[in-house]
Design a protein around this ligand. Structure first.
Ligand SMILES: *[C@@H]1O[C@H](CO)[C@@H](O)[C@H](O)[C@H]1NC(C)=O
Ligand SMILES: *[C@@H]1O[C@H](CO)[C@@H](O)[C@H](O)[C@H]1NC(C)=O
Ligand SMILES: *[C@@H]1O[C@H](CO)[C@@H](O)[C@H](O)[C@H]1NC(C)=O
Ligand SMILES: *[C@@H]1O[C@H](CO)[C@@H](O)[C@H](O)[C@H]1NC(C)=O
Ligand SMILES: *[C@@H]1O[C@H](CO)[C@@H](O)[C@H](O)[C@H]1NC(C)=O
Length: 370
C-alpha cells in the first residue's frame, strides 16, 4: 500500500481538482417515483462509466447523501457506509482511486425508521439518494457523474456491486419528485472535519467495551483487577491513505494508547477523557489502535472515537471510527501487542457494555491533551 502512494507521488500523476464538487446539479433518485418503502428494505443502484477515448481515469471524489442508510462500493470494493437515520442529513465524501478505463459505482440504500431509540413511526415512507462523482484523468481533465436516469436501480441482488455484474436487464432509476412528505428534505450539511470527532459521535455514539471476562450490556459489573490489551485495525478503503488525525479516549481506570506502534499518551482518571492529535510516521491505509487498559477495581471500560484525514492524490476527506464490538481484546498484555504487524488472530472479540452516556460513567469531560 505504501508502494501505491509512492507511485502516485513519484510519477507526479496527482492532479489538481480545480472546481469544488457539490451536489447542486445532482438529482434525488429511486426505483419508482412514488414508492413508499417499508422500513429496513433496501434497493440497489449501479452506474458504470467508461473513460472517453484517450483518457486514463486516475481517481474520484464522491459526494453522497441518502435517505436513509447507504453502503457505497467502487469496482466491487466496500468504500463506506452510514448507519443511522440522522446521518442522512450529512453529505459524506470519499476519495477513491479508479481503474484506467472502466469503473462501476454501486450503492445500496436502506429505508430506516425516523428514529430508532425510541422507535419512531415505522410506516413505509419515501426513500432516495443523491450523489456527485468527479472523475479525474491523468491529463488533469475531469468528468462529473450525477445521480440521474443513467443509473440502474433494482431490488437487492447479492453480488450486484461486482465490476463483472451484468445489469443490462435492470430498469433505469427515476427522478424522485419534490413533495411535502419526502423524507429527503433535510438541511444538508457536510460531514465535519477531524475537529468534529466526539464520543457522542457524528450521530452514532462510541461504545464502552471490555474483555469477555464480564457479561455484555452490564457496564456496572465488576471486572478482574489488572491490565488488558485491546486492538482495532482500520483499513482505509479505495486506495486512500491516512496521515494524521484526532483520537478521544477514556478508560476506567487507566490506559496507555498506541497508534501504529507509537506511544500517543496515557490517562488515569475515567472522569476525564483525553483528546490527542497524532501524525503517522508515513501515510498508510492501515491504522492500528492498541490500548493497554488497566482496571484497579470495580467496573472497567474503554471508549474511543477517532477521526483521521484520508487522501487520494488531490482529494482529502475525514473518516471516523469508534470503539464497538469489532475490537479485539486479550486477557493479558502480550509484549509487542502495539505493533502494526502483531498477530491478534487468536484474540477474542470485546464485549460491548453500552453506548457513550451509559451509567456508571455518564457524560465525561474531554480535555485537550496535546
Ligand atoms: C445499513 O445498511 C447496511 C446494508 O446496506 C446494513 O448492513 C446495516 O445493518 C444498516 N444499518 C442499520 C442501522 O440498519
Ligand atoms: C448482459 O446480459 C444481456 C442479456 O441480459 C446480454 O445480451 C449481454 O450480452 C450481456 N453483456 C455482457 C457484457 O455479458
Ligand atoms: C489540491 O489542490 C489545491 C489547489 O492546488 C490545493 O490547494 C490543495 O491543497 C490540494 N489538496 C491536496 C490534498 O493535495
Ligand atoms: C500495561 O500497563 C501496566 C500498568 O501501567 C504496566 O504495568 C504494564 O507493564 C503494561 N504492559 C505492557 C506490555 O505495556
Ligand atoms: C492472548 O494472546 C495470546 C498470545 O497471542 C494468545 O495465545 C491467547 O489466546 C490470547 N487470549 C485471549 C483471551 O485472547
Amino acid at each position: 500500500m505504501v508502494l501505491k502512494v509512492f507511485l502516485c507521488a513519484l510519477l507526479a500523476i496527482c492532479v489538481t481538482h480545480i472546481v469544488a464538487l457539490d451536489l447542486s446539479q445532482s438529482q434525488w433518485i429511486w426505483t419508482d417515483t412514488n414508492e413508499l418503502v417499508p422500513i429496513y428494505v433496501s434497493r440497489d443502484f449501479r452506474r458504470d462509466f467508461t473513460s472517453p477515448a484517450g483518457k486514463i481515469a486516475l481517481d474520484s471524489e464522491i459526494l453522497i447523501v441518502a435517505d436513509n442508510n447507504f453502503t457505497l462500493y467502487v469496482n466491487g470494493e466496500f468504500i463506506g457506509q452510514t448507519f443511522t437515520e440522522v446521518e442522512s442529513a450529512f453529505i459524506f465524501k470519499y476519495c477513491v482511486q479508479l481503474n484506467p478505463d472502466y469503473n462501476v459505482f454501486a450503492v445500496t440504500v436502506e429505508n430506516l425508521p425516523y428514529t430508532e431509540n425510541p422507535p419512531g413511526p415505522t410506516a413505509p415512507s419515501p426513500a432516495a439518494f443523491r450523489s456527485a462523482i468527479q472523475i479525474t484523468y491523468t491529463d488533469g481533465s475531469s468528468d462529473i457523474i450525477m445521480t440521474d436516469t443513467n443509473w440502474r436501480a433494482n431490488n437487492v441482488i447479492p453480488g450486484f456491486q461486482s465490476i463483472h455484474y451484468n445489469d443490462s436487464s435492470w430498469p433505469y432509476a427515476v427522478i424522485s419528485p419534490p413533495g411535502p412528505i419526502g423524507g429527503w428534505f433535510y438541511t444538508l450539511q457536510n460531514q465535519p472535519d477531524v475537529s468534529g470527532v466526539s464520543l457522542a459521535g457524528l450521530n452514532d455514539p462510541s461504545y464502552w467495551i471490555w474483555t469477555d471476562e464480564i457479561p455484555p450490556q452490564q457496564p456496572s459489573s465488576n471486572a478482574p483487577i489488572g491490565s488488558r490489551a485491546f486492538r482495532k485495525r482500520i483499513e482505509v478503503p479505495g486506495g486512500s491513505v491516512a496521515r494524521s488525525g484526532v483520537i478521544i479516549i477514556d478508560s476506567d481506570n487507566a490506559y496507555v494508547l498506541y497508534i501504529n506502534g507509537n506511544l500517543i499518551g496515557s490517562g488515569s482518571d475515567w472522569q476525564v477523557a483525553q483528546r490527542w492529535k497524532f501524525t503517522l510516521d508515513y501515510p498508510t491505509d492501515d491504522i492500528v489502535i492498541a490500548v493497554n487498559a488497566t482496571n484497579s477495581g470495580g467496573p472497567a471500560g474503554l471508549i474511543v472515537a477517532i477521526g483521521f484525514d484520508a487522501a487520494d492524490c488531490n482529494c482529502t476527506t475525514t473518516r471516523f471510527a469508534i470503539s464497538d464490538g469489532t475490537w479485539k481484546a486479550n486477557h493479558t498484555v502480550p509484549a509487542g501487542f502495539e505493533q502494526v504487524d502483531y498477530d491478534d488472530c487468536d484474540w477474542t472479540p470485546v464485549v460491548v457494555e453500552g453506548a457513550y452516556g451509559v451509567a456508571p460513567w455518564g457524560q465525561v469531560t474531554v480535555q485537550n491533551a496535546n
